[in-house]
Ligand binder design. Structure first.
Ligand SMILES: Nc1nc2c(ncn2[C@@H]2O[C@H](COP(=O)(O)OP(=O)(O)OP(=O)(O)O)[C@@H](O)[C@H]2O)c(=O)[nH]1
Length: 880
């Protein structure tokens, strides 16, 4: 690289040796280039300051740009960065000086006559940099020339002019130091014609108009060139090279006389090459150089080139900066986002229209107030301390806070605060961007609530429950204190809905939620999984005995009567609950297992009679597995025709004839043999399979009664048992049953539906549907429940079946039977005695007027064909 540089320099000067004039030309051109780089660099650094001042003024509130104090503060805060060779003055729209960065008092000085002021007042330069003609400073009395820019607000209104007077002495010094000998002249000339700086003879030359000289003849022809003439200033004949600075109204002119050219020829050209290096060093203020090696020469050459291209680049950046400031100003005025600018003490300097709209305050009302005065009292002091800390540490804060508008309304804003620093690195302005997120937040919160909470009770919903459960399990892992998961399911809640209505059911669920919350600590979780299923997470239990106490408390609270509705429409509801409890980590390691455990324990509590709590035990898992297996088998049984019906004959006690039969379902299990309903009905009910089984039984019974009536008499009846679960149907199965009977041409009265007392009491409304079918109703197990006589009548019961315990008891049992029979007969209800096992019982029941009887003495349950045969036989003597 060094070798290459040497070669370049050597070849350059060898050619200058060959051609005298040309050598002068080359030399002056070198000077021109070096001077140009310096001038551009100095102008651009002053222009950066001009632009930053002008942009700062733009964001000031309207009144403040005319305030001397504000402007002095602004200019002096920037002043420290200024080059000592220039300063900045702000001139108001009338041309009067407002303040200057040197801090001198400029009040009363008018610059209205300056060319730059007129140009900007007429907006001829559209805010671009204008370089005015050189002149003597009105206050400083220095020889100056002026860089300036127009300042306007976002609406384009003229706010004044910022000007940077440049002390031309700086150029004189640099030019002087760059000359090898006194014959070389270097000048910086304004495009208007006036000399800005010149060596030699600066004093005579300053502000002298050269517009009529041959220089300008040449300039008008080309932006750079070389010519020979006698200087007007010092009368010396020189070869002049000139260059018009790109985009600037400035011309650099360098002249060398013939003596210089001759001297050059005698001199070692290498030294001349070194001269150029000296010039470059001086130009950039390095002040120290050495000519000892060529490699240094190469460095300097490179540095010169780098600086030259850097100054070009800077020029482009400045233009881009200007553009972006304009854009920023537009944004400020038109943005939908609120913007506020404060000084370093938090005093509001300006706000944009969107901010006024948000807060209800005009810009005028806000200026001078502290930004935090807008915040609502919802934010505490610590909150502001935190903001302050963040802004001090990083210059930045982002977050949400509550503001209060002029009309007192509170609104939530999302705010970003950024700091603008002055040249000393101290905060100078704070800029805040704000947007109202009240609505957005409210709907986010609503969505979140809907996603996580049960709308009816306000308790955590299933999703939230799962989240809490996992969190509590983690807590337990850390604290080693056990946690209990409690499932609470209301008993027979459906009946509340059915008897009191869904609204009252809702009221009850709400009260259940409140009562449950009252049973636990605030740190525990109460959730509603759906329907009448609730869960409680009892976290970090110090004492496992607490769980029992809480479970008992819940049972008690749930079985305390609920008062539903207001005084006019008040209803009292009685209910109870079944509770399942499982412990973590003892019973399971994951959430799914715990949930399953608690559910099983609760199910067992239901099975055991409800209104009780049950701890999960591993045997329950086994039981559950067995139950699931049974459900699957039963489903298959239905599909594969494994169910059977046996008929137990019912005898007319007055003549011993079989006149009815009770259909009893059996399961012909492929492995376990014939199973009684007790072995599978529970599972059938809880799995819902009971509906299908009930339908099947009914169909079989209807088909059978058709056959039996054909054999004996149209009065023959078959009874079917209806499970409590079948009442949960909406009644559509009755319609299906009646359709089927119609198809068979069997009268509905041929079938008796057997229901239990409790069922009759609980599902009163559904029984009304049953009566409308015209099938007969038989009340099973009469005497074992609490059915009042009034109920019997009201629900149109056709038969009562006396429970076997009364029949087999004898003595008092028989007396009760007699009373029941008498009462039933008075109501027009017939009586069937169940479980007759002895002749004695038969005789006694017959004696007290019982209408019908069934039991092992009379016949065990038999198959359809067997019954048909029996009836056949019974009918034979009559037929004969
Ligand atoms: N009022 C009201 N009822 C509901 C709501 N959600 C579900 N249900 C009803 O709650 C009842 C829940 O019944 P289950 O738990 O199946 O049965 P249960 O009657 O409580 O009987 P057991 O649980 O066996 O003791 C169903 O009848 C649902 O229709 C609700 O938001 N409001």
């Amino acid at each position: 690289m060094a070798a290459l540089a040497i070669a370049v320099v050597v070849s350059q000067f060898r050619s200058s040796y060959l051609e005298r004039e040309l050598s002068v030309k080359v030399q002056t051109e070198h000077y021109v280039k070096a001077m140009e780089a310096h001038v551009i660099y100095s102008i651009q650094s002053a222009d950066v300051s001009l632009m930053s001042v002008s942009n700062a003024i733009k964001v000031l509130p309207a009144t403040q740009s005319s305030s001397r104090a504000t402007m002095e503060e602004l200019l002096s805060s920037l002043g420290s960065s200024f080059d000592s060779d220039y300063w900045i003055t702000f001139v108001d729209p009338k041309g009067n000086a407002v303040a200057t960065s040197t801090g001198s008092n400029v009040t009363g000085i008018s610059y209205a006559d300056r060319d730059y002021f007129k140009v900007h007042a007429n907006n001829e330069f559209k805010g671009k940099l204008f370089i005015g003609e050189p002149a003597i400073g009105k206050r400083s009395k220095k020889k100056l020339f002026f860089l300036s820019r127009r300042v306007e607000n976002a609406k384009g209104e003229f706010l004044g002019v910022v000007t940077a007077p440049l002390n031309v002495d700086r150029y004189v010094k640099v030019f002087e130091n760059s000359r090898f000998n006194s014959d070389i002249s270097i000048s910086l000339i304004h495009a208007g014609g006036k000399v800005i700086a010149r060596v030699p003879n600066f004093e005579q030359a300053f502000a002298r108009d050269l517009s009529a000289t041959s220089l300008f003849d040449n300039v008008r022809r080309a932006s750079s060139g070389t010519y020979k003439t006698v200087s007007l200033i010092d009368n010396v004949t020189r070869v002049f090279s000139y260059h018009v600075l790109d985009g600037l109204p400035l011309i650099i002119v360098v002249g060398s006389n013939d003596n210089e050219a001759a001297r050059l020829l005698q001199q070692n050209y290498l030294t001349a090459g070194g001269g150029l290096a000296i010039l470059l060093l001086l130009m950039f203020g390095a002040g120290h150089f050495s000519l000892r090696t060529y490699s240094r020469q190469e460095d300097r050459e490179l540095r010169y080139r780098a600086l030259y291209s850097a100054s070009r680049e800077m020029e482009h950046q400045l233009l881009a900066n200007e553009e972006s400031m304009k854009l920023a100003s537009l944004l400020f005025q038109n943005s939908g986002e609120g913007m506020m600018v404060t000084d370093a003490n938090g005093l509001i300097l300006t706000v944009n229209p969107a901010f006024s709209l948000l807060s209800g305050y005009t810009e005028k009302e806000l200026i001078g107030h502290r930004a935090y005065e807008l915040a609502s009292s919802r934010n505490d002091r610590e909150f502001f301390d935190r903001i302050f800390e963040a802004v001090t540490d990083s210059g930045h804060w982002k977050g949400e806070l509550w503001h209060q508008s002029k009309n007192g309304e509170e609104y939530l804003v999302s705010m970003v605060v950024n700091t603008v620093y002055n040249e000393k690195g101290k905060p100078f302005r704070y800029v805040a961007l704000l947007s109202d997120i009240t609505q957005k937040k409210a709907s986010e919160e609503l969505i979140w609530r809907q996603a996580n909470f049960d709308t009816l009770t306000g308790l955590a919903n299933r999703r939230m429950f799962h989240e809490h459960l996992r969190l509590e399990m983690k807590k337990t892992d850390r604290s080693q204190l056990p946690m209990a998961l409690v499932f609470v399911d209301l008993d027979y809640f459906k009946e509340i809905n059915d008897t009191l209505g869904h609204d009252k059911g809702d009221m009850l669920l709400k009260q259940v939620a409140t009562r449950l919350l009252g049973c636990v600590r605030s740190t525990d979780t109460v959730a509603r999984l759906g329907g009448d299923e609730f869960t409680v997470i009892l976290s970090e239990l110090n004492n496992a005995g607490d769980v029992v106490r809480i479970a008992q408390e819940i049972l008690k609270k749930m079985s305390t009567p609920f008062h539903l509705g207001d005084s006019e429409d008040r209803q009292v509801a009685h209910i109870s609950s079944s509770i399942g409890i499982t412990l973590y980590p003892d019973d399971g390691a994951d959430a799914e297992t715990l949930i399953k455990n608690a559910d099983q324990a609760m199910y067992t509590a239901k099975q055991q009679g409800r209104n009780r709590f049950n701890y999960f035990a591993s045997f329950m898992q086994e039981a559950t597995r067995a139950r699931m297996h049974l459900v699957n088998e039963l489903r298959e049984a239905l599909q594969h025709d494994q169910l059977r019906i046996l008929y137990q004959p019912i005898i007319d006690l007055s003549n011993g004839a079989v006149v009815k039969a009770e259909a009893l379902v059996r399961w012909q299990h492929p492995v376990r043999g014939l199973l009684n309903p007790a072995e599978f009905l529970n599972v059938a009910e809880s799995s819902g399979l009971i509906i299908g089984i009930g339908d099947w039984v009914f169909h079989q019974a209807a088909l059978e009664v058709q056959k039996l009536q054909a054999i004996s008499s149209p009065a023959f009846q078959v009874s079917v048992n209806k499970s409590a679960w079948q009442f949960r149907d909406d009644g559509s199965n009755y319609r299906r049953w009646l359709d089927f009977l119609k198809e068979l041409k069997v009268s509905p009265q041929s079938l008796i539906v057997e229901v239990t007392e409790n069922l009759l009491l609980d599902a009163a409304s559904n029984n009304a549907d049953l009566r409308h079918t015209h099938m007969q109703i038989s009340l099973d197990d009469f005497g074992s429940g609490h059915c009042s006589v009034a109920f019997l009548k009201r629900f149109g019961v056709d038969y009562i079946k006396i429970a076997p315990e009364f029949v087999t008891q004898g003595g008092d049992g028989l007396l009760i039977c007699e009373a029941m029979i008498a009462m039933a007969h008075k109501l027009g209800i017939k009586v069937i005695a169940e479980g007759i096992e002895t002749q004695q019982q038969l005789a006694a029941l017959t004696a007290i007027g019982c209408d019908f009887g069934q039991g092992y003495l009379l016949s065990r349950p038999i198959s359809g064909p067997e019954l048909e045969e029996k009836l056949q036989k019974q009918c034979e003597p009559v037929n004969k």
